[in-house]
Design a protein around this ligand. Structure first.
Ligand code: HPA
Length: 301
């Protein structure tokens, strides 16, 4: 990466010009395609890209200065194309704090999305259900979040602020677009999955270990419905970049809130739960993009 030495690993190492160089590279590969909606595929949810038409897929390793993801179930490429007649881009394989990346690096693709012209971001993740009404395979539309990583001082916006990306002190009380949540609830009805779709509060932890019973009980007391190891830093950067955000969690495991339980969460269980919901979620995302296309007239010119 060009630019001055990074004084602290927590302080953004990508300058505006560094990101523009990546954007120029991507645009040279995309010819006339201008993505309007961006999607981040969570653990095991990469098959959302299967329904994208006229795909251009770029492995992260082939994009100069792009990080490379290291987790099983994360594909590791940017996929561009058309979905519901809307030009889209997909981050197939996200970057997590627990992999060792600083948060500014985990979230750099969000700024790339914005600089490429996206107006909306759809974030998906796998999460543990804390809310006792949630079952494995349910979907939680995120209406708000608790940033536990931020409580510990880990924030992707830490460091000097680049005004060309956004304001120093962004509000976060309207991080999740209410209109898109409402539309998604209607779409769920149309797909006959309204019993499986809830709204709730997502909390992000650093991982990679799953939570202790005491930690989960604390979260339950705080009114948190689901917990995971991603999403919140990305949403913070998206809101800083003035993107409209819609996010949902696929509940892949029930959090163990009982000290006497013999159950233990594991990554295989998480991936299995996502496989069972692949097709339904493809349709769900497709229809949300169709809705965004309609309200913003961003359909393919
Ligand atoms: N905790 C944290 N992250 C997760 C979980 C969980 O139970 N399930 C999937 N991602």
């Amino acid at each position: 990466m060009s630019g001055p030495d990074v004084p602290d690993a927590n302080i953004n190492g990508y300058s505006y010009d560094d990101l523009m160089a990546i954007v120029n590279f991507l645009q040279s590969k995309l010819v006339s395609l201008k993505p309007k909606v961006a999607i981040i595929c969570g653990s095991g949810l990469g098959s959302i890209t299967d329904i994208i038409e006229n795909q251009i897929s770029l492995p992260y390793e082939e994009i100069p200065n792009f990080p490379v993801s290291t987790v099983a179930g994360h594909g590791g490429c940017l996929v561009f194309g058309i979905l519901s007649n809307v030009p889209v881009m997909c981050l197939k394989g996200r970057f997590h704090f627990y992999e060792g990346y600083p948060l500014w690096k985990c979230c750099m693709p969000i700024r790339i999305m914005k600089l490429l012209g996206c107006s909306h971001l759809i974030v998906t993740n796998a999460a543990g259900g804390i809310n006792q009404n949630f079952k494995i395979g349910d979907v939680m539309l995120i209406k708000d979040h608790v940033n536990f990583m931020g409580f510990a001082g880990n924030n992707p916006l830490r460091g000097p602020n680049e005004e060309r990306f956004g304001t120093r002190f962004p509000g976060m009380n309207k991080a999740y677009d209410k209109d898109l949540i409402k539309a998604a609830l209607d779409i769920a009805k149309g797909l006959n999955i309204e019993d499986k779709v809830h709204q709730g509060v997502y909390a992000s932890v650093g991982g990679p270990n799953y939570e202790t019973v005491a930690e989960l009980k604390l979260m339950q007391t705080l009114g948190i419905d689901a917990v995971g190891m991603s999403t919140v830093p990305e949403v913070i950067v998206a809101k800083h970049s003035n993107l409209s955000v819609f996010a949902f969690s696929l509940i892949t495991n029930e959090c163990v809130l009982d000290w006497d339980s013999h159950k233990e969460p594991n990554h295989e269980e998480v991936l299995k739960a996502t496989q069972n919901m692949e097709v339904v979620l493809q349709n769900f995302v497709k229809q949300i993009i169709e809705y965004i296309g309609k309200i913003t007239c961003v359909c393919k010119q």
